[in-house]
Design a protein around this ligand. Structure first.
Ligand code: AMP
Length: 214
């Protein structure tokens, strides 16, 4: 099976880009952030625990996230490929994920890069649907109807971890704990770096020009 790990700082557009790739290639996408937010919304025991960390921009304990991720992966194992968004976030998670790959699985880490200004702008103008989680950007991907989701007409809200003080903490964690994984992945798996500046169409075009599974 093929695994594509979407990797990059918060706000770079992994969720938005992942959704387009998922539809194009017919690969399901598993976003640990989305799975955790669903759990928070439903008030499950995992959600209650996760919320405490998420609202501060801190990482949720590794085991809790890994368990929810594995449950989803098991369900999708029959497909040709899977996109993973938001995992791994530190070296322990990278080891955990390596532990579930089979010998004939093929793994790519898609490393998205952009300038810091682009990240801050994308994070502060991001809105998500309270009901279905669809992602919008007030300027670049605006909803058709002000404040409502195009898909389900749910209310659009700002994630409570997209506030400036929490954003700063999330970016700091990315720099200190997550970005160093690039070194680990370069040694063990294939790493492909994608310029994530510019429009969504431009980014997708750049990805389509790459011979991923050469
Ligand atoms: P995201 O939607 O990927 O920006 O994730 C939102 C929040 O969920 C993060 O700031 C963390 O609190 C939590 N989270 C998501 N994925 C992970 C992970 N792999 N490990 C720990 N916490 C995570």
């Amino acid at each position: 099976m093929r695994f594509i790990i979407l990797f990059g700082p918060p706000g770079i557009g992994k969720g938005t880009i992942g959704k387009v790739l998922s539809e194009k290639w017919n690969y399901p996408i598993i976003s640990t952030g989305d799975v955790l937010r669903e759990n928070v919304k439903k008030g499950t025991p995992a959600g209650l625990k996760a919320e405490f960390f998420m609202k501060k921009g801190e990482l949720v304990p590794d085991e809790l996230v890994f368990e929810t991720l594995c449950e989803r992966i098991k369900k999708e194992r029959s497909t040709e490929g899977i996109l993973i968004d938001g995992f791994p976030r530190n070296i322990k998670q990278a080891h955990m994920l390596d532990g579930i790959f089979a010998n004939n699985d093929r793994i790519i880490l898609m490393n998205f890069i952009s300038s810091d200004d682009v990240l801050i702008e994308r994070l502060s103008l991001r809105r998500i649907c309270k009901n279905c989680g669809a992602i919008y950007h007030l300027k670049n991907i605006p909803p058709k109807k002000n404040g409502r989701c195009d898909v389900c007409d749910g209310e659009l809200i700002q994630r409570n971890d997209d506030r400036p003080e929490v954003i700063a903490r999330r970016l700091e964690i990315f720099r200190n704990e997550t970005r160093p994984l690039l070194d680990y992945y370069s040694k063990k798996h294939r790493v492909i770096t994608v310029d994530a500046n510019g429009s969504l169409e431009e980014i997708i075009k750049r990805i389509e020009e790459i011979d991923l599974w050469e």
